[in-house]
Design a protein around this ligand. Structure first.
Ligand SMILES: [Zn+2]
Length: 126
């Protein structure tokens, strides 16, 4: 099942824009960007994927906000035979990257990241 929600952001200060407002209540900017949040529920094992995307653009980096929550198969089958419970949240507006992984069989959290998205990309390159 897929659900969609619409969001508007001010082109200038990137704050939430009420769709009824003609100008931004914070900075007075007249132009706004439309983002659409797409939520897909995957029924096999419970997990949810969400994306907040600029409809006017097809470029991948125009996805403003992404999240994944739920069960995921682990690459390391010896360590996590039953898979993991993953929470991943990427917010390009806030420059935020959050990742939490919990091993299903032990219930122990083994990854807990909360950092700047720009720093996350820097460490990936190394
Ligand atoms: Zn504004």
């Amino acid at each position: 099942m897929t659900k969609t929600e619409e969001y508007y952001f001010c082109n200038n200060c990137k704050k939430n824009f009420d769709s009824k407002d003609k100008i931004c209540s914070i900075c007075g900017e007249k132009s706004k960007e439309l983002y659409i949040k797409v939520i897909e529920d995957i029924k096999v094992k419970e997990s949810t994927i969400g994306k907040l995307k600029n409809l006017l653009s097809n470029f991948k980096n125009h996805i403003k906000y992404e999240f994944f929550q739920g069960w995921k198969k682990s690459k390391d089958k010896e360590k996590h035979p039953e898979g993991i419970n993953l929470l991943r949240q990427i917010d390009r507006g806030k420059d935020e990257y959050i990742e939490r992984c919990v091993d299903i069989s032990s219930g122990k959290e083994f990854v807990n990241k909360n950092k700047k998205l720009s720093e996350h990309h820097n460490t990936k390159k190394k």
